[in-house]
Design a protein around this ligand. Sequence first.
Ligand code: CA
Length: 221
Amino acid sequence: MGKRTLELNERLYDYLLSVSLRDTPVQAALRHETDQLEMGMMQVSADQAQFMALLAKLLGARRVIEVGTFTGYSALALAQVLPEDGRLIACDVSKGWTDIARRYWQQAGVADRIELRLAPALETLDALVADDQGDSFDFAFIDADKQNQRNYYERCLALIRPGGLIAVDNVLWGGSVADPDNDTDDTRAIRDFNTFIYQDQRVDISLVPIGDGVTLARKRD
Ligand code: CA
C-alpha cells in the first residue's frame, strides 16, 4: 500500500478485467475484429471505454462529441448509455474504419443515435460552433491526431455546457512524455498540451492513468 498509483502487471490487469469488464457480445466481437487490423492498437482499452461510459451516464449525457472514431468501440460504449433520443456526433476521416464501426453500431441497435461526420474533425467542430451549438453538449472524447490536440480541445470546450466533461486520450503516450530523450513531434505536442491544460483555469482536471492516460476536464460554471 503506497501513496502512488498501483502498477498493473499482466496478471493483475487480467484480474481487474475479469471482475469489472462488462463487454456485450457485440462489443467483444468488435474488439476482436479490430485487434486483427494492422492499426488495431489504436483501439481504446475496453476498461477505459467502460469508465467513460459510466462518466457519461453520471452526467446524464444526451449529447456527445467524439473526435476520432476509428472502428467505433468507444462510440458504441458511449452511445449505449445515451437515452433513445440522445445523439453522438462521431468525427473521423476514414471510411474504411468507420464502415466497420457502422456494422457494429447497427448490430447493437444504437446506429440511430450516432451521426458519423466523415470530414476533418476541425471542420465538423467549427461548423457546430458556427451553427450556434456552443454550450449544448454534455461530454466530449478527443482521440485523434495529436498535433491538433489543443485545437480539438478549444472547440470542444466551446461546445460543451458548463459542468460538462472533456476526456482527452493518450496523454501519457506510452510513457514517452516523461522520457527526456523522446522528442518526436507527437510527444512534444502531447507534452505541450498537458502543460497547457494543467494551467487552464476554465476547467477542473484529473489525469487518470487508465489505458494510455486520459485527462478529464470539467468545464467550470
Ligand atoms: Ca487513443
